[in-house]
Design a binder for this molecule. Structure first.
Ligand code: DC
Length: 211
């Protein structure tokens, strides 16, 4: 399941995994954890070479229960801190570094193993699991995405969220390595007019049809 932030990927992926008794992996959380660690280490995240040099160091462990996904880096539970503004502001820089991507993609493939998992991110259908049985690409209008994200966070406005998402979208879809794009054979779903349950039901019917 790929798509930009606020398209509904996380809630939909978890709901689908729960409904089908599958595991769930949030790859964005892994890029966020790597970013949190770089900031903790005092690495200048705008310096690609500095980030690349340290990318192999931290140990990242992702728990794949859709009812309680977890993320630890070097043994520290970072589920909370990775959602903070400092990480959100820096993650697109860290995620653009090829050494970071190749390390995390290898880790993601190990977790995916034989499958039976719903994986969400930006490059899952294109790079991480191009042979996935079902590929989805979720979109939503810029306003709907900003409204959803504003409802999840405190102390922000729709306008500020929309501006921040536009900045991240540009960085994520124009980077040289594995930019956000729709995979060949993916089903595109515009979630703007739909409730969460409607999106989950639509995805479940696509899964049924294709598997
Ligand atoms: O889904 P998210 O907002 O938590 O993702 C955080 C950032 O990580 C996002 O701005 C782009 C990057 N990312 C990526 O490059 N590739 C992925 N598979 C998942 C996320």
């Amino acid at each position: 399941m790929d798509g930009p932030s606020g398209s509904g990927k996380s809630s939909v992926s978890r709901g689908v995994a729960r409904a089908l008794g599958l595991r769930y992996l949030d790859t964005g959380a892994m890029y966020r954890a790597m970013t949190w660690w770089m900031l903790e280490q005092g690495v200048d995240v705008a310096d690609h070479d500095a980030v690349a040099t340290r990318a192999a160091e931290p140990e990242i462990v992702s728990g794949t229960d859709p009812d309680g996904p977890t993320i630890h880096i070097d043994g520290v539970d970072v589920a909370g801190p990775i959602r903070e503004a400092a990480v959100t502001g820096a993650v697109s820089h860290v995620a653009a570094v090829p050494e970071v991507r190749s390390r995390l993609v290898a880790l993601q493939r190990r977790i995916i193993g034989e499958g039976d998992i719903v994986v969400e991110g930006r490059d899952i259908g294109t790079v991480v699991a191009p042979d996935a049985a079902v590929k989805l690409y979720l979109t939503a209008s810029a306003e709907a995405r900003a409204l959803r994200r504003t409802a999840e966070l405190n102390g922000t406005t729709v306008a500020a969220q929309q501006a921040d998402m536009a900045r991240r979208d540009t960085l994520d879809s124009t980077r040289k390595t594995d930019p956000l794009s729709m995979a060949a054979g993916a089903v595109e779903l515009d979630t703007t007019p739909l409730t969460l349950q409607e999106v989950i039901d639509t995805v479940l019917s696509v899964v049924k049809e294709r598997t």
